[in-house]
Design a protein around this ligand. Sequence first.
Ligand code: AMP
Length: 278
Amino acid sequence: MQSIQSSEALQSQCLSWRAEGLRVGFVPTMGFLHAGHLSLMELARAQCDKLVVSIYVNPLQFGPNEDLDRYPRNASGDAAKCLAVGTDVLFLPEALYPPGHVTRVTVNGLTDRLCGAKRPGHFEGVTTVVARLFGLVLPHVAVFGEKDYQQLVVLRRMTRDLALPIEIVGAPLVRDQDGLALSSRNAFLSPEQRERALSLHRALAAMDTQAAAGERDIAALIETGHKCLNVDSLDYLEVLGAQDLEPLRVLDRPARAFVAAKLGATRLIDNWALSPLV
Ligand code: AMP
């Protein structure tokens, strides 16, 4: 595995692979890798000849009062995990944006709700960094997790709207044995907070059970979810259309339940596909 720090060196390596006719796969991350990240890498690995993984904690996607400064890091552990899954290049940029970088990429509409509403500027930071990384790696295929479902939908749209010849693959959300969605931020939770964090997926699962039993009224499903939650503050609990992320009153098409909440200072998100209609 090659470790690359410079944008120019990364792009020239990827261009030469392309020239050889090799298929390049890409998994962007912010590091502190866990089994969720590794599942994306394995999925990408199976679909490409050369796998690029990036680790970059992107300041553009953090708000002023968020956890950029304390975001967890584990450089040596991450490198060992990337090596183990067969990564060809680990991209660890020191400075990703060139001096004088002023370009921003914005996806409208799909970013109006959920984390887009609660974290102003977040998705513009995500789309801007991913667009630049796409320009450097020029991947044939890029894999993103359904853990960040809104992000996946937004990046699919960006890729389509900008006519980028990149296949975007969504990877299923990976959970711990007890159901907690794996997240780098879980490292911040005390045992007591972690226990209460289980209420996120329990709320979503209860909503799904109720939907599978025939409940079609979204307000009733949300009420069920609220009863399960045991968090310090709730950012949102919503059910939206799975493709367009538009609010629903009645469960009459494929939908997804979304939750974001804080345990102490740690903000967690989770989501769940509601059972197909019978
Ligand atoms: P992050 O390092 O949090 O920016 O995440 C990098 C990529 O890993 C994103 O595409 C995430 O959606 C994905 N990811 C993070 N956690 C999980 C998980 N528990 N299951 C599946 N994918 C995940």
